[in-house]
Design a protein around this ligand. Sequence first.
Ligand code: G6P
Length: 361
Amino acid sequence: AALDLGDHPDHMAKEIEEQPAVVSSILERVARRAVDGSMWIGLGLPGFHRLAVVACGTSLNAGHVIATALRGIGGVPTDIVVASEADQVVLGPGTLVVAISQSGETADVLRALDRFDDRHPVLALTNNLHSSLARRADAVLDCHAGPEVGVAATKTFTAQVVVGVAAMISAMVASGRIGTARAAALVAELSELPARVEHAAPVAADRIPLLVANVRKASGFLFLGRGQGLAYAAEGALKLKELSYRWAEAYPAGELKHGPLALVDEGTPVVVVDHGEHRMQANIAEVRARGGFVITIGGEGSDIPALAGRATGGLTWGASTAPWGPLEAVVPLQMLARELALQLGCDVDKPRNLAKSVTVE
Ligand code: G6P
């Protein structure tokens, strides 16, 4: 069934579309156990004072989101470790390592764990319970995404975020850092995600082909985000690189004026993950004033009037204040990358030079 495309033109389209259902089924499994702390307690791990995420690629971006949520919810310090750079890292006492890997076979992640001191417990978050990572870890969380065929990860990202955030909520309840009322409110907010994704997808499907037609010839793309939106900007840029073979760089929007603004010229595409952070409007204005072609993803829409004769495009569905940021933005970002790839004649399921699972360091 995993290989059965049904009515879908490609696996990526199918896997993008499956995301609301994936999120719903995860929440059915974990919602109650996140609120009462039993999801965490069932893992049998000791308490922790610090969290270190170890991962590569899209899983690393999911780790950014999970770490951001944990800081926001429980005030727990976090480290983000690029797996191939793990030998540069010193983990503090009381650090829980969360190794995130869709395949559970990524060599960089497995080698990173070899480099850490055995005193640090390892929690694996993976889509493959029979993987080397699952065997190596002290506890395992299944991300329950179902088989993903497209080489560029889509639904596994979303599943990792939802399972990881639910586990962190559960850990915060179990350790007494938050009460069950707060946990219940957070899980209720998580439960809005399927509807938020269902809402964002048609807005994106409607507008993206024309937006992409405007930027198809561009050689490079900037992606901007702030705070909780930043990891999604990074994931959007990664998807675009993987699928369309165009340069794409994600930046914290505040850094724009410290360098990347020099890249912005007439028609330069700048994709803005806008989750309602008020300073973003000024950044959008800076780009527009230089003739940049702004594509906003989310938010309330720009309150700066479009300058005469300058194209712009926005996908608007309101602010997002969740500690895990605008997860629904990932769907339009995936669709944007896929549409650009298709308009450029690229194979969206099997991008050149890339493999679904990389088992060499
Ligand atoms: C490869 C894939 C990426 C993926 C990364 C990490 O590079 O092409 O899509 O994000 O590996 O994979 P993992 O299985 O560890 O999540």
